[in-house]
Design a protein around this ligand. Structure first.
Ligand code: ADP
Length: 538
């Protein structure tokens, strides 16, 4: 090669390498980069055919890019390379000659020379190879090799970059999937407290869609009330946190249940200590809060309700046993009666509590029989009528009402609770009517009073455990808010339902339904707290 030819050649090589590094930095995708590199490399050593094969995760080779390679050659070569590992022996002359043969035969070209260079990363990992073939008897020289080494290095860099990009993409997709599918609410804020990312769970809690929430200040989306602890998403005046903050609050949306949330704010700083993001995780702690409230209600209600009868019993008992006093028989009888009534009340309360906890433990047994609701209601009325002269009981159940398959003791407990409420919450007296009719394969029983009624907004809650309507009557009547809870549980265990109608100030009607079963033999059966309650056959 003459000197001027050589310097032209050098010049072209430099241009090619420059072009390739430009392509590398302009972030062309890997296939185009490899095509460019391979094209220049082939041109520099005047090869007619060439290809790049990359190492797969199974340590074999995958034909990626071809130069002067018709597609049928591609198809002949690919399966061959797919069995090869780019380990040491792969680069031997014998192996390369084998490839040369395949390529020459399938292209039909008189290819005689082959040169191959592994693509090696800094840590010696072989990520693939460049293969070039040409015709004629002039073999590739060490000079060609050292020239091609530069191209192979560039290709290795392109592969490494592409791999890193792919890893980053995968990592990002993984993090996004974790955030998106987290059962806890998550959002990422910019330093101005605007929402950059919000996940599905948090969107659901706040009532915003993810796209509505994005870009908004977090205080608009996380509209908190009854707050405690440290909060960022309250107003712009809150200074950004320097460490992790925790706060709790309620999210109240019209027409939805109140949700109590615990919120952790974790700031993210860059290397220079500037705030870049704040990661906010929002956990629904409603159940824990409710359980806590329930516990404290339980303790205060129970201690109050137990205290009254116990102190009455104690007071009367010590009166009775005073040595300095003489009591006549009437007085003793009267005191004895109070003690008995108060003990009954204690007993009733304890039974209710036991039933409630049995219910929770899933150990609620029903002993089923064919029972007459009319007879049952009439017995209960008889007993209650002795306790009040302000209320009039009306039994409005037709004698031919079909029998229902139910636990007589439990249904009696239901009627007991409904009647005692009808009395308690109608302090001025009035009529208390119990009626029953058959409707859609069920018997529906109604207990109607002319009492104080229940405010509309509380009608859904009265069946909840320990729920008592907040009124002056609440303080003057005894009760712990378990009666209707047990009523509902018993009726549901029978496969029925409970509901109410009430006009505040005018009275309430409580309904319960029990499924009617076709008459069967009247043997006695026992049912363990049924997961699927007995259903009427329809
Ligand atoms: P308790 O009577 O022990 O408070 P319940 O579970 O039986 O508990 O009733 C829950 C609440 O529902 C009562 O505190 C009362 O406020 C309301 N309530 C129940 N029955 C009636 C009724 N017949 N009339 C008006 N309010 C009622």
């Amino acid at each position: 090669m003459s000197l001027s030819l050589y310097s032209n050649y050098r010049q072209r090589q430099l241009e090619a390498l420059l072009e390739i590094s430009r392509a590398l930095t302009s972030r062309l995708d890997l296939p185009s980069l490899l095509r460019t590199i391979l094209g220049y490399a082939a041109e520099m050593v005047r090869a007619e055919v060439g290809y790049v094969a990359l190492t797969t995760s199974q340590h074999t080779l995958r034909l990626t890019t071809g130069y002067g390679l018709p597609s049928d050659v591609f198809h002949a070569l690919a399966p061959y390379l797919a069995q090869k590992s780019p380990a040491g022996e792969f680069w031997t002359e014998t192996e390369l000659r084998r490839q040369l043969k395949i390529v020459a035969e399938t292209t039909g070209l008189a290819l005689e020379q082959v040169v191959a260079l592994p693509l090696v990363l800094a840590d010696e990992e072989i990520v693939g190879g460049i293969f070039l073939f040409r015709s004629g008897s002039v073999a590739f020289t060490p000079g060609d090799r050292s020239l091609l080494r530069d191209f192979a290095d560039q290709a290795a860099i392109a592969v490494r970059n592409a791999r890193q990009m792919e890893q980053l993409r995968e990592e990002k997709a993984r993090v996004e999937a974790v955030i998106e599918n987290s059962p806890n609410g998550v959002m990422i804020l910019d330093p101005q407290l605007r929402i950059i990312v919000i996940n599905r769970a948090l969107a659901r809690i706040t009532g915003f869609t993810q796209s509505e929430a994005r870009g908004r200040p977090c205080r608009e989306v996380l509209n908190l009330q009854n707050i405690s602890g440290d909060h960022l998403c309250l107003n712009e005046q809150v200074p950004p946190p320097t460490g992790v903050w925790y706060g709790e609050g309620d999210i109240i949306r019209p027409g939805h249940k109140r949700i109590t949330v615990g919120i952790t704010y974790s700031p993210l700083f860059d290397r220079h200590g500037s705030l870049i993001n704040i990661i906010v995780t929002v956990t629904d702690i409603t159940r824990y809060r409710e359980a806590e409230e329930l516990k404290s209600t339980f303790i205060s209600v129970i201690s109050h309700e137990l205290k009254t009868p116990v102190s009455l019993i104690k007071g009367y008992a010590s009166t009775l046993t005073r040595r300095d006093a003489e009591w006549d028989a009437d007085m003793v009888a009267e005191i004895g009666q109070v003690i008995e009534e108060e003990s009954d009340r204690l007993n009733h309360l304890i039974n209710n509590l036991l039933d409630a906890s049995r219910l929770q433990a899933g150990a609620f047994k029903l002993e089923l029989d064919d029972i007459s609701l009319r007879n049952l209601a009439s017995t209960v009325i008889e007993r209650f009528q002795t306790q009040t002269d302000r209320h009039t009981f009306v039994l409005d159940i037709p004698p031919d009402l079909p029998l229902v398959r139910a636990d007589a003791r439990r249904i009696r407990q239901v009627l007991d609770n409904l009647f005692s409420n009808a009395i308690k919450y109608a302090p001025d007296g009035g009529e208390i009517r119990v009626s029953a009719r058959v409707e859609n394969n069920h018997v529906v029983v109604a207990v109607q009073d002319q009492g104080v009624g229940i405010p509309y907004e509380e009608q859904n809650s009265v069946f909840d455990r320990f729920y008592r309507v907040d009124s002056s009557l609440r303080r003057s009547t005894q009760g712990v808010g378990l009666g209707l809870y047990l009523v509902r549980a018993i009726v549901k265990a029978h496969g029925g339902d409970v509901w109410l109608q009430s006009l505040p100030g005018a009275g309430s009607t409580f309904y319960f339904s029990l499924p009617l079963t076709p008459p069967t033999s009247s043997h006695h059966e026992t049912m363990e707290n049924p997961a699927t309650p007995p259903r009427s056959q329809s």
